[in-house]
Design a protein around this ligand. Structure first.
Ligand code: H2B
Length: 95
């Protein structure tokens, strides 16, 4: 079972993810993505969804027209884990 990141590991991970913001409740990280239109936003979501399903790690997210808000947290760990950090990097690479 995966665990929550230690305070030190969390600080290092966040320094490496400048576009992501720490969230307290639920304990995780979030980022807002803005695209030119809905088609571009949904295309991005489709690529993230395929990657997430392969990784068996799933984002909490919402979409309004050209905007996608993503929160990453690990339910199994009760907070931020290495899986979220890895997924944030993979999402940044897709965007
Ligand atoms: N996604 C996220 N974000 N956190 C989890 O703890 C999690 C998940 N657990 N996707 C996975 C699925 C687990 O429920 C399955 C059974 O592997």
């Amino acid at each position: 079972m995966i665990g929550k990141l230690s305070d030190e590991a969390r600080a290092l991970a966040l320094a490496d993810l400048p576009q992501w913001t720490a969230v307290a409740e639920p304990d995780g990280i979030s980022r807002r993505f803005t695209f030119v239109d809905f088609a571009a936003a949904f295309g991005f979501m489709t690529r993230v969804a395929i990657m997430a399903e392969k990784a068996d790690h799933h984002p909490e997210w919402s979409n309004v027209y050209n905007r996608v808000d993503i929160l990453l947290t690990t339910h199994d760990a009760g907070g931020l884990s290495q899986r979220d950090v890895d997924m944030a990097k993979a999402i940044d690479a897709i965007a």
